[in-house]
Design a protein around this ligand. Structure first.
Ligand SMILES: Nc1ncnc2c1ncn2[C@@H]1O[C@H](COP(=O)(O)OP(=O)(O)OP(=O)(O)O)[C@@H](O)[C@H]1O
Length: 263
């Protein structure tokens, strides 16, 4: 079902039929300019890595609609979400985009179950009973059976991050954006959740973009790595391929390989 589109543009405009995310993001943050092309298929997980200030969070903000494009386009399953030339802009809440940050951002006054049911209820996509049943199913799937009545304040960091993921996935997103989702967790919790994400994410059918500084997270979670430096993509490929022939010193250092003699 196509969401309504307030502001620029009308609902349900289709520019192309290619499923998944297709984007050329040109966006400004003060003097910083991001210019990136990105395509992610449904069920594909792409990790975006880069040094501090490379533009990773800016890219996620633009894809989520928190930062309008200066040029380029964002299309999701053929729906144009942002295209300044065509004067189209879909507000973040109508994008079917799930966002998960390092610091969970759960609603403290709601139970875990109500946190997860919030999105489908707000979109009127499910009855209260169905939204609660779906929330409990997500809790089971993410290793937290019986946690529905708990309050966020009673959860550990790893449990809270699983709830944040369940909350994003319960909205049935077509695009899932994860910003350092494992960074705040201890090593054991991190490894457990990483394995669960590897098993869960492709099955959702969403195009997934995960920002991380950690090459292990990237290599384990993602089908493909995209390296961002100074607002541009400098490399793209599997961790194995990039490690074999690193195109920049940053990639060589990141993946523990010798830089290519040509760089
Ligand atoms: N609100 C803002 N106003 C002005 N400049 C900003 C703003 N937010 C970010 N920037 C600048 O935009 C550039 C990209 O920042 P961004 O946060 O996207 O990088 P990042 O790759 O996510 O970095 P990190 O790994 O440190 O989180 C940086 O030069 C930063 O200083």
């Amino acid at each position: 079902m196509a969401p309504g589109r307030p502001g620029r543009g009308g609902a349900g405009h289709v520019s192309e039929t290619t499923p998944g995310l297709r984007a050329r993001v040109v966006a400004d943050r003060g003097l910083f300019v991001l210019d990136v092309e990105l395509a992610v298929a449904p069920g594909e997980v792409v990790a975006v890595l880069g040094p501090n200030g490379a533009g990773k969070s800016t890219l996620l903000a633009a894809l989520a609609g928190l930062l309008p494009l200066r040029a380029g386009h964002v299309t999701l399953d053929g729906d144009v979400l942002d295209d300044p030339v065509a004067d189209r802009f879909v507000e973040p809440r109508h994008r079917r985009v799930g966002l998960v940050f390092q610091d969970y951002l759960l609603f403290r006054h709601l139970s875990v179950r109500d946190n997860i049911a919030f999105g489908p209820r707000a979109r009127r996509a499910a009855s209260r009973r169905a939204a609660h049943a779906a929330a409990d199913a997500w809790l089971d799937r993410l290793g937290l059976p019986g946690f529905g009545p708990r309050r966020p304040a009673t959860l550990s960091g790893g449990q809270a991050q699983r709830v944040a993921l369940a909350r994003a996935l319960a909205t049935d997103p077509r695009l899932l954006l994860l910003d350092e989702p494992l960074a705040a967790l201890d090593a054991t919790t991190r490894a457990d959740l990483r394995a669960d994400l590897r098993a869960t994410l492709p099955a959702t059918g969403a195009a997934v973009v995960v920002v991380t500084h950690d090459p292990t997270d990237a290599a384990t979670l993602a089908d493909r790595l995209v390296i961002l430096e100074h607002g541009c993509v400098t490399a793209e490929g599997t961790a194995t391929d990039l490690a074999k022939d690193p195109p920049t010193p940053y990639v060589a250092k990141l993946l523990g390989a010798d830089p290519s003699p040509t760089t």
